[in-house]
Ligand binder design. Structure first.
Ligand SMILES: *[C@@H]1O[C@H](CO)[C@@H](O)[C@H](O)[C@H]1NC(C)=O
Ligand SMILES: *[C@@H]1O[C@H](CO)[C@@H](O)[C@H](O)[C@H]1NC(C)=O
Length: 304
């Protein structure tokens, strides 16, 4: 019996060091003998913050129970004869992966093991946005959300919000149970309706039923500024080469470099609607072209 127990203990310790495959082995073993394994752990699984306390209780329902113990890389409880329930407690969870296992010895020499699945988590140190510059209407641009030091990243979601809408949500394939940093990139095409829209990202650990657990960590808000510009092309052919003269409303706001704009192509902002007049002239004559800019910059009219 003692030899048997020692072998089991040795296996358990080996398993705690070599992680998942062995845990699966024990789950499998547990399933094989489940009809006769009388162990019940409450709670059946634990989600605990790194450094917080953890406690559970293992109970044997068999009247053949000889004794019980808890195996764990930290905080194990030595085999105790004559008990049919045994608590397990750690004051401060010191590791990112622990797999406490409760075992029972029965009078007939059988043993069985139950694993208490533990998820150790840590909320991110920071969540921040970067790479948003002034964007051009109709152009793609990218924003990156950096989530620093979060665990376990396999249970992380990064949610992208624009105002009240969720535009994108990303999860990560990550096996490390200890803290890692993750980034999510949002690619967008700016539309004029986006001018003034607020974008933020949010890091959330999906470890609890909805609304339970700590609140998601939010980035700052970024306000989008959509620069919508249009080109007015007044290029005229002529010999000698024509010179140009422009007239338009809000002259100084639109074009404050020079009053004598002698260029065939003018870049204007739709923030200044109105009638733009271009005159091309040379010694042979004068041609005038009118541009009417409305609120929508792509729907301007050219009138000859
Ligand atoms: C563990 O469970 C047993 C059986 O339900 C109960 O009698 C005992 O008080 C519990 N121990 C702790 C520490 O909760
Ligand atoms: C964490 O993520 C893994 C992989 O996606 C999943 O199997 C597991 O159930 C999640 N943990 C919790 C506590 O929801």
């Amino acid at each position: 019996m003692d030899h048997h127990l020692a072998t089991l203990n040795l296996k358990l310790i080996t398993c705690l060091k070599s992680l998942t495959p062995c845990i699966f082995f024990f789950c499998f073993l547990g399933e094989l003998v489940s009809t006769s394994c009388p162990l019940d752990i409450t709670p059946p699984r634990v989600v605990v913050r790194f450094g917080d306390s953890l406690s559970a209780n293992c109970t044997s329902s068999s009247n053949q129970t000889e004794g019980m113990g808890w195996e764990c890389s930290y905080g194990g409880v030595d085999f105790i004869y004559g008990v049919s329930s045994l608590p397990f407690k750690i004051d401060s969870v010191p590791e990112w992966e622990i797999g406490p296992m409760c075992y029972v010895n029965l009078h007939d020499g059988d043993q069985c093991v139950e694993v208490l699945p533990v998820t150790v988590y840590k909320m991110p140190d920071s969540v921040s946005l970067k790479n948003l510059s002034t964007v051009e209407e109709g152009q793609q641009f990218a924003i990156q959300c950096d989530v620093v030091n979060v665990a376990p990243a396999r249970n992380l979601s990064v949610l992208w919000h624009k105002g009240n809408y969720i535009m994108k949500s990303e999860t990560f394939d990550e096996s490390s149970p200890s803290p890692v940093s993750k980034s999510s990139v949002l690619t967008l095409t700016a539309h004029r309706d986006d001018d003034g829209a607020e974008i933020r990202c949010e890091a959330k650990l999906n470890l609890w039923p909805q609304e339970q657990g700590p609140p998601p960590v939010r980035s700052e808000n970024l306000e989008m500024t959509v620069g919508s510009e249009i080109s007015l092309n007044c290029t005229a052919r002529g010999n000698p080469i024509p010179s140009y003269h422009w007239e338009f409303p809000n002259f100084t706001q639109v074009w404050n470099r020079s009053h004598d704009v002698n260029l065939p192509i003018l870049t204007a902002s739709s923030k200044f609607p109105g009638v733009y007049t271009c005159t091309a002239s040379n010694s042979q004559g004068t041609v005038t072209k009118y541009f009417i800019i409305t609120e929508a910059p792509r729907k301007f009219l050219a009138v000859h």
